[in-house]
Write a protein that binds this ligand. Structure first.
Ligand code: NAD
Ligand code: MG
Length: 396
């Protein structure tokens, strides 16, 4: 293999679900891939264990108070890995020589700064952190374009679309992009029956094994709403060329319909290592550890329309996308706060859409010309929603 195709990878969110899948694929290809930087939020022990296994040059913990524990843990394990702490240290490592490829898999808007740093530095950006696109999609894609950063979407739907288009930009010959959705653990249930569902039930996804936040987003269908906005930015298509189709088997990962009537789809088992292998190997295909698809054994592929009465988050996201400006940032921020409160048992499941709707109503869309304007809208929506939860101004 040519020397130039060797990639040194920074895995941001290394201790998470996507991080584990990325490291699994990287470890399969010692001749072409190496983890150079591993970063996590606050789990020092898990990060040290990953360093022992993958031998990166640098390890970064977001929580500054955990720096000494990380440094000592690495030293006690006899590892040469250098310890760092805080968001600025992470951004500098992402932008510098320590990596040429970045797996952006921090959960939530907390991932925006490092994702932007990777784009601005012209890195190959394997983008799982969909919240950064929802919050600042135009700025992020413009930064990537200006610096020549190649974005490969990792979200399975967008990775499927990327494979069908063989690029990131949809052209005039694309009539429609159809995102598939599993429907989550509560598919087919009425709105009333969702009143008392527990966090444990909500995170028990029938098809995908994922972190807690995106699992709740899948249960409310907000995940598909965030993905609509993500697709809008990644592929440069408006809402008139986007659609959502529920597909409970999660084998067809999305479809692209062209003007000649052709529809291309990407199929595969629901395992994120496929998307990550596409991003790590692109334009070549490399082993991901995922088996092939036996359609005869699977039996059937079903499709149905999404139920936006039971799952209003999809409708709210669609409205925020069409409103544009600061609206997607408000949607995302209110959603992050409510999902966290739901996971902590502070609010019920139906309060998630109710509170997101309240936040959107309280903060009408304004033009979002700068990162500061978007971050201000994000902060305001968080404050508003936190207060609403504290005051139990919950309608649902
Ligand atoms: P997860 O909760 O399993 O992992 C999150 C990771 O982010 C952890 O390593 C955590 O330590 C780190 N982290 C959290 N806050 C941080 C901070 N402030 N600074 C630095 N690191 C921080 O989440 P996940 O399921 O792996 O999802 C990660 C991202 O990928 C999300 O944006 C999610 O929407 C997206 N995504 C995930 C999947 C999936 O299958 N899990 C699929 C598509 C997209
Ligand atoms: Mg997805």
């Amino acid at each position: 293999m040519a020397e130039s195709s060797f990639r040194t990878v920074a895995v941001l969110g290394a201790t998470g679900s996507i991080g584990a899948s990325a490291l699994d694929v990287i470890a399969r290809h010692p001749q072409r891939l190496r983890a150079g930087v591993l970063a996590a939020g606050s789990q020092v022990q898990a990060l040290v264990a990953l360093c022992a296994r993958h031998r990166p040059d640098h390890a970064v913990i977001a929580d500054a108070d955990a720096y000494a524990a990380l440094r000592d843990g690495l030293r006690e394990a006899g590892l040469p890995t250098r310890a760092h702490a805080g968001a600025e240290a992470l951004d500098a490592l992402v932008a510098g020589d320590a990596c040429d490829t970045v797996v952006a898999a921090i959960v939530g808007a907390a991932g925006l700064s490092s994702t932007l740093a990777a784009a601005r530095a012209g890195k190959r950006l394997l983008l799982a952190n969909k919240e950064s696109l929802v919050l600042a999609g135009e700025l992020l894609t413009a930064a990537a374009e200006a610096a020549g950063a190649e974005i490969v979407p990792i979200d399975s739907e967008h990775n499927a679309i990327f494979q069908c288009l063989r690029s990131r930009q949809a052209l005039g010959d694309v009539r429609r992009i159809v995102l598939t959705a599993s429907g989550g653990p509560f598919r087919g249930r009425s709105r009333a029956s969702l009143e008392a569902v527990t966090p444990q039930q909500a995170v028990a996804h029938p098809k995908w094994s994922m972190g807690p936040k995106i699992s709740v987003d899948s249960a409310t269908l907000m995940n598909k709403g965030l993905e609509l906005i993500e697709a809008h930015h990644l592929f440069g298509v408006g809402s008139d060329r986007l659609a959502v189709l529920v597909h409970p088997q999660s084998l067809v990962h999305s479809l692209v319909e062209f003007v000649d009537g052709s529809t291309l789809a990407q199929l595969g088992l629901p395992d994120m290592r496929t998307s990550l292998a596409v991003g790590l190997g692109w334009p070549e295909r490399i082993d991901s550890g995922v088996g092939g698809l036996d359609l005869l054994a699977q039996g059937r592929l079903d499709f149905e329309a999404p139920d936006t009465d039971a799952f209003p988050c999809l409708r709210l996201a669609w409205q925020a996308m069409e409103a544009g400006g600061t609206a997607p940032a408000v949607l995302n921020a209110a959603n992050e706060v409510t999902v966290s409160a739901f996971l902590q048992g502070q609010i019920g499941f139906l309060s998630i859409p109710a509170l997101v709707e309240d936040a959107l109503a309280a903060q009408p869309a304004e033009p979002a010309g700068s990162l500061d304007a978007l971050l201000a809208a994000d902060a305001q929506a968080r404050r508003f929603t936190e207060q609403a939860i504290a005051q139990r101004r919950i309608r649902a």
